[in-house]
Write a protein that binds this ligand. Structure first.
Ligand code: LLP
Length: 384
């Protein structure tokens, strides 16, 4: 899988910055995901939050995957793009009444619930609409994800999930409620996880929690292991390690007869197919630092500023010859608007096209209008 960047001559006078998506890379990723999930008998719900560009959503929906959504707007966008409501799940710690009502009306497949107050509200809204809401309990399994702290979710006193010691009271509460039906358990321990042993630890916890439910005589139809599989930001041409990931779950989960395992990958699906393409505005020389000031900023791709994330940077207009070290920075009035420090690039000039790679996940989806900047447009490989 090699994500092709078009030759810069093809960009003509397209306004930069923009997102460029290589559909061949996306399809190759989806082909592997489909093959692995089908042969394992697992159901994939794509995490819409990683990229909700309509064309990306449509492409993914044609593979027959479900959708994992975290807002009413994501549910609407997923259904519009062709995902079936019966294969759409709704997660999130702060679902509003309006969002819950809309999801009930759309008859989505499951609410992933994070607290007793939330379950009570879903029950009462379902009762009002004369419906039964299928729910899964998002359980905090307390597994260290070994990733950035902002994208670690299964720590103690996390806002996410129900603690295992609360399960008794949740189960007895469920016994009192008539308009919710427990169908699943759900876990998500963090994102950009690259140590496979983390997922093995999740399996161990999941198996224990399963036994707890069995001991109570409660049958759980679906076991959802969330998302989190990391990608290689140093090598954008490297596909996510789906084979190893699926094999790990096949080996280490003890599913009961009639149970289905669900997964919610986001980054691993969309990450490597997207690049943020920008033009160099100025080269500015400091005492020791050479700044390449580009027209993309943290408003277009916030990951470096927010998580100190490293994305590979390429100069598409010049290759070979002399190289120099640059701090590649954006135009936004914040020092954190820095994409990389001391990165080795071919000698770069005003006007050169710069690609920031592996930006398909949580790139366009997290764009903002700070400094009243434009939201970047998106183009696809078949536009060129
Ligand atoms: N399921 C749940 C419940 C989640 O919260 C998430 C991501 C996923 C699935 C998908 O996880 P993935 O496969 O993409 O790791 N903005 C951050 C990432 C935030 C992830 C939030 N939850 C970043 O740019 O690194």
């Amino acid at each position: 899988m090699t994500t092709m960047q078009p030759a810069p001559e093809k960009f003509g006078d397209i306004i930069t910055p923009f997102y460029y998506y290589d559909l061949n890379t996306l399809r190759a990723t989806l082909d592997t995901l489909k093959k692995e999930s089908e042969s394992s008998g697992y159901k994939v719900h794509y995490a819409v939050k990683s990229n909700y560009n309509p064309r990306i959503l449509q492409t993914i929906s044609t593979y027959g995957f479900g959708a994992d959504c975290v807002s009413g707007n994501e549910i609407a966008a997923a259904i519009k793009a062709g995902f079936k409501p019966s294969e759409t799940v709704f997660a999130g710690v702060g679902k509003t009444d309006r969002e819950i009502e809309a999801a009930l009306a759309a008859d989505i497949s499951c609410f992933n619930c994070e607290s007793i107050p939330e379950i009570e509200v879903i029950d009462s809204l379902a009762a009002r609409l004369n419906k039964t809401a299928r729910i899964a309990l998002r359980i905090n399994p307390h597994v260290e994800a070994h990733t950035h702290k902002y994208i670690t979710t299964a720590v103690e006193e996390s806002k996410f999930g129900i603690n295992t010691w609360e399960l008794d009271s949740v189960v007895s509460k469920l016994g009192e409620l008539e308009n919710v039906k427990l169908t699943g358990i759900h876990f998500h321990i963090g994102s950009q996880i690259t140590m496979m042993s983390v997922f093995k630890n999740l399996c161990t916890k999941l198996n224990d929690i399963q036994k707890w439910f069995s001991s109570k005589g409660i049958f759980i139809e679906t076991v959802n292991v969330g998302g989190g599989l990391g990608i290689d930001y140093d090598d954008p041409s490297k596909p996510p390690p789906f084979e190893e990931y699926f094999a790990l779950f096949r080996k280490h989960t003890e599913l009961l007869p009639g149970q289905t395992l669900h997964m919610e990958p986001g980054r691993s699906v969309t990450g490597q197919c997207g690049s943020l393409i920008s033009r160099t505005v100025f080269i500015k020389n400091g005492k020791t630092t050479r700044f390449a000031i580009i027209d993309a900023g943290m408003t277009d791709l916030i990951r470096p500023a927010l998580y100190q994330a490293r994305h590979k940077i390429e100069n598409l207009s010049s290759s070979g010859g002399k190289t120099c070290q640059y701090d590649v920075v954006g135009p936004v009035c914040e020092s954190s608007d820095t994409f990389a420090q001391s990165v080795e690039l071919p000698e770069t000039q005003r006007g050169d096209f710069i690609a920031i790679r592996s930006a398909g996940a949580y790139g366009e989806a997290m764009a903002s209008r700070y400094n009243l900047r434009n939201i970047p447009a998106s183009y696809f490989s078949d536009d060129f």
